[in-house]
Design a protein around this ligand. Structure first.
Ligand code: ADP
Length: 215
């Protein structure tokens, strides 16, 4: 069982990479952004509280995000039936019994406080956080990618002003998380400026090395 965090600025491609990795390694994929957007679209009490905050590009409160993360980490496995057409999240929600071999988290942690909370939660679940992969992308390319995504995403937080604010928050609040992980020796940085498949191979190399060490 390995637990991985995929880390990067908005536009770095962490959601895309986490999805590809979850498929390849049959890991449970937890994206706090997706979990929040799901709450918003279902108009749950959490979604109603989170929507305005997300639309401004601000960070949703730890009480909410940690609750969603904790719930997701406790979920049971994806794919009990390989031929199943069901969405893994629906399968997970129904509580099938096989645990995934690993778990990949994207969108969390976004502050040093969240990083400390994640260490605490993982310890309490008797697991370890094995690897943090930071996807490194130069700022001008990040901005170009976010604008390209904005044209098709329909996301209410993909407007010019909100994007600028999200990047500012990233610099101020999220970037320091890298030092937190660097100090604990769990951080690997990969170049994310190329094609999706190139970044994916780089990350797979890191994961494969780690899996080889485990066996
Ligand atoms: P991006 O990669 O573009 O930053 P995400 O899908 O990861 O987008 O997040 C979208 C929004 O959801 C964030 O701008 C923030 O409002 C909220 N959010 C997601 N994860 C967290 C988190 N860990 N803490 C606080 N807010 C979060």
């Amino acid at each position: 069982m390995i637990n991985i965090v995929i880390f990067g600025a908005p536009g770095a491609g962490k959601g895309t990479q986490a999805t590809l990795l979850a498929e390849k390694y049959d890991f449970l994929h937890i994206s706090t952004g997706d979990l929040l957007r799901q709450e918003v679209s279902l108009r749950t009490p959490i979604g109603l509280r989170a929507k305005a905050i997300m639309d401004r590009g601000d960070l949703v409160g730890d009480d909410i995000v940690v609750q969603l993360l904790h719930r997701a980490l406790q979920q049971r496995s994806t794919h009990p039936d390989p031929d199943s057409q069901e969405d893994p999240w629906d399968v997970a929600r129904k509580g099938h019994s096989r645990r995934p071999e690993g778990c990949i988290v994207d969108g969390f942690p976004r502050t040093v406080q969240q990083a400390q909370t994640l260490d605490f939660v993982v310890r309490r679940l008797k697991r370890t956080l094995d690897l943090i992969v930071a996807i490194d992308v130069p700022r001008d390319l990040l901005i170009q990618r976010i604008y390209e995504r904005a044209a098709v995403s329909g996301r209410s937080d993909d407007t010019e002003e909100v994007i600028r604010h999200r990047l500012e928050l990233y610099d101020r609040q999220t970037q320091p998380v890298l030092d937190y992980y660097r100090l604990s020796g769990r951080l690997t940085t990969v170049d994310g400026s190329g094609e999706i498949s190139q970044t994916n191979s780089r990350i797979c190399q890191v994961i494969d090395q780690m899996l080889a060490k485990e066996h």
